[in-house]
Design a protein around this ligand. Sequence first.
Ligand code: ADP
Ligand code: 5GP
Length: 210
Amino acid sequence: MSKIHRRGLMLVLSSPSGAGKSTLSRHLLENDPGIDMSVSVTTRKPRPGETHGKEYYFITREEFDLMAKRGELLEFATVFGNSYGTPRAAVEKALGAGRDILFDIDWQGTQQLMGNAGEDLVRVFILPPSAGELAARLHRRAEDSEEVIAGRMAEAASEISHWAEYDYVFINDDLEASHKAIANILAAERLKRSRQTGLAEFVRELQADL
Ligand code: ADP
Ligand code: 5GP
């Protein structure tokens, strides 16, 4: 099975801020050697603990606009007043090598990727168990001011309104169950016939030996 060449897939996780995307992404990357994270560029300032090149490439507005103009971004959008975008080169290199890529991007970026790379895309939307729990998680994360948290809660309804544009949707209540849900989605999607580009040749050889 491992000898059969497979086209890499693009796994997109979207949710309102605080529903658990980063937590679930971190776990997946630590436990699945076949998937890499797409590191976005952003004009937002780093939060305490964030490193350039790890969570994001933190760049200036001028650098961002230049990348967009040169077509170096696969998609880009404005979220909470800052610009975010996916560098094209890293994605194309990984997909070409048969590796899968994980994207933590919003609904606007997902729609653009759907236009550019629909066949390779697997879209997952994560819902919080309730509005109260979403607010509690944003407070517990303790990364943002009260004002920023209020802004994120105000944006949540708009992000959630796009839930039906995704292939898979689940409620991130029990963390273990959510880790399993993502692993199961990935396992099934990797077995899709259309992604297994080397399968026809394998079957031909198999038939020749029968
Ligand atoms: P996002 O990346 O979607 O903004 P985070 O992954 O940063 O969200 O999660 C927000 C907070 O909620 C973090 O403190 C995280 O530890 C917590 N959290 C995530 N998933 C769960 C869960 N299933 N149960 C309880 N807390 C969770
Ligand atoms: P944060 O500032 O909390 O890291 O991210 C804010 C929002 O921007 C999240 O919803 C996240 O998914 C989204 N985001 C991060 N990177 C990108 C990107 O490259 N493109 C798009 N469209 N959204 C992004």
